[in-house]
Structure formats: structure tokens, C-alpha cells
Design a protein around this ligand. Structure first.
Ligand SMILES: C[S@@+](CC[C@H](N)C(=O)[O-])C[C@H]1O[C@@H](n2cnc3c(N)ncnc32)[C@H](O)[C@@H]1O
Length: 269
């Protein structure tokens, strides 16, 4: 990406940002050298950051298609990421053109790209707001979110590859609970999360060292810890699984080795 443009738009190019690093790992072109270097370091240590990013994105798309096919037509997608192919509203509106999507991200670069690229079908609706997951009430009460989403009807709350940026467990659980409390019965939580459960002890130690040195800001959780976000929800399909294995568990010999993220979908009773 162009540094002069970034400077004019007051985009920080001196430290890696999750949205841009993820774009690099996905093979996009909306990143700066600092994001590429961070992505490559991530790849070196985990051995599977690019693969996991692609499989995580595929999980998001399968979950949206699944829910849209079930008749769900509202999506609150927090931690949107930079627009890429087959964003949430595109997948949902392909199945139901009347689908409505509110996107939320705290990265200003996402805002500039999203406003230009996240255009809805005429029958549906999509909006994008810059807000922080740490302020769930601000998100829920935002006028653009309220115009897009009817909180009296079931919707999908999407927290895909974003909860691992909230390090503190109590804070992360409080955020998810406050969001879920605002949703009616029949709503869904779609979430994925980075893990080092599948890494070798050496890889896991190297990853922890990277986090401790402040070189990566994705705080992994175990399967058990991630499952706790779904307490009180009815898990759909195989439950909490590797992102590759939802909704259809793969035979172990067909799962790409090194996947480092879990995914799950739960329904609020
Ligand atoms: C790894 S990307 C995931 C994008 C998309 N959800 C997906 O899974 O394909 C994480 C996104 O979460 C955003 N993010 C990180 N912390 C956030 C926070 N506290 N509030 C809102 N967005 C956040 C980043 O800017 C980035 O765009």
C-alpha cells in the first residue's frame, strides 16, 4: 500500500495492525511492510498462520451460508477485517438478497476500505461503523447499527477471529455476555479463536515468547477456554471444532496439518 496515501489519511504504518496482517496472510494487497514482516514472523513461529487465516475465512463463509440458508437475515459482524472476496453480506445476500449486515471494526483503515467496497444489494442493507468490541453498549446503541439490525428479531452475532485480541478472560466473557444478553432467543453466536493446542511444545513456547515480547497481540485460548464463550447456548453441528471441521468434521487424515483456530456456532435458546 502507498505510504504517502497512508500518511495523508493518518494511518499508522509504524506498527503491525491485525486487519492488515490478516490481509497479508490471506494473500491480499492491503498491508504495509511492517504487517508483512509481522505476518512472516507469525508464519515462521507457528508454521501455519497463512493456512489458518484461509481456513478461518472459509469457516466464516460456511457459517454465514449455513445461517442464511436456515432463514437468518441479520448479521452483526464485529472485527470485520479489510474487505476481501465473499464478505459476510455477499455470502448472505447471495442466498437471501434481503439480508442485512452491520459491520464493526476498530481499525480506521478498515473504515476507509469498507465504506468504498461493502455495498449491499438494493433489497438488503449493509453499514459499517468504527467502534471497539470493548464497548459493546456503544455498538448495540449505535444509530447505524439500529437502522440495519432489528434487535427484536433473531440475528447472528459474529466474533470471528477477534476475541483473541481481548487478553483478559473476565473482560472477554463480560463483552460476549453483554452482547448476547441484548439478543432475542433464536439468535446465534458465530465465533472462532486462535489456539496453540495443536502446536508442538517447541512451537507453543516460541509463540508464547513472541506474545511476551509484545511482537504479537493474538492471545490464544485452549479448546476448553474457547468453549466457555458458548455456555448456555445450544451448539450447532459438531460443536467446538477446528475451523476446518465445521459443520462437517473431517477425517483426521484429510485435515490440513497445523490448523491453529477453533470455530463454533451456538444458538440462544
Ligand atoms: C483477524 S481479523 C478477522 C476478520 C474477519 N472477522 C475474519 O475472520 O475473516 C481481526 C479483525 O478484528 C479487528 N479488531 C481487533 N481488535 C478489535 C476490537 N477491540 N474491536 C473491534 N475490532 C477489532 C481487527 O482490526 C481486524 O480487522
Amino acid at each position: 500500500m502507498d505510504e504517502a496515501w497512508a500518511h495523508a489519511h493518518r494511518i499508522d504504518t509504524s506498527t503491525a495492525h491485525p486487519a492488515r496482517r490478516y490481509n497479508y496472510l490471506l494473500g491480499g494487497k492491503d498491508y504495509f511492510p511492517v504487517d508483512r514482516d509481522s505476518g512472516e514472523e507469525f508464519e515462521r513461529v507457528s508454521g501455519s498462520a497463512k493456512l489458518t487465516a484461509r481456513e478461518n475465512r472459509a469457516f466464516l463463509q460456511r457459517a454465514v451460508a449455513f445461517l442464511a440458508t436456515e432463514g437468518l437475515d441479520q448479521f452483526l459482524d464485529i472485527g470485520t477485517g479489510l474487505p476481501t472476496a465473499d464478505n459476510t453480506h455477499e455470502v448472505a445476500q447471495r442466498i437471501n438478497p434481503r439480508s442485512r449486515v452491520a459491520y464493526v471494526d476498530n481499525d480506521p483503515l478498515v473504515l476507509t476500505h469498507a465504506r468504498a467496497m461493502l455495498t449491499s444489494t438494493p433489497e438488503g442493507h449493509s453499514c459499517y461503523i468504527e467502534e471497539d468490541l470493548r464497548r459493546p453498549d456503544k455498538i448495540l446503541n449505535h444509530p447505524e447499527v439500529r437502522a440495519a439490525i432489528d434487535l427484536n428479531r433473531p440475528l447472528a452475532l459474529m466474533l470471528v477471529a477477534v476475541l483473541h485480541f481481548i487478553e483478559n478472560d473476565a473482560e472477554a466473557h463480560d463483552i460476549v455476555q453483554r452482547l448476547l444478553d441484548a439478543l432475542p432467543s433464536g439468535s446465534y453466536l458465530v465465533a472462532s479463536h486462535m489456539t496453540i493446542d495443536g502446536n508442538s511444545p517447541e512451537q507453543a513456547a516460541a509463540y508464547r515468547a513472541l506474545v511476551a515480547a509484545g511482537r504479537i497481540d493474538a492471545f490464544t485460548r485452549s479448546r476448553e477456554q474457547f468453549s466457555e464463550f458458548f455456555a448456555g447456548l445450544d451448539l450447532i453441528g459438531p460443536g467446538v471444532e477446528w475451523v476446518t471441521d465445521w459443520p462437517e468434521p473431517l477425517p483426521a487424515d484429510q485435515r490440513p496439518p497445523g490448523i491453529a483456530a477453533y470455530g463454533a456456532v451456538g444458538r440462544k435458546p
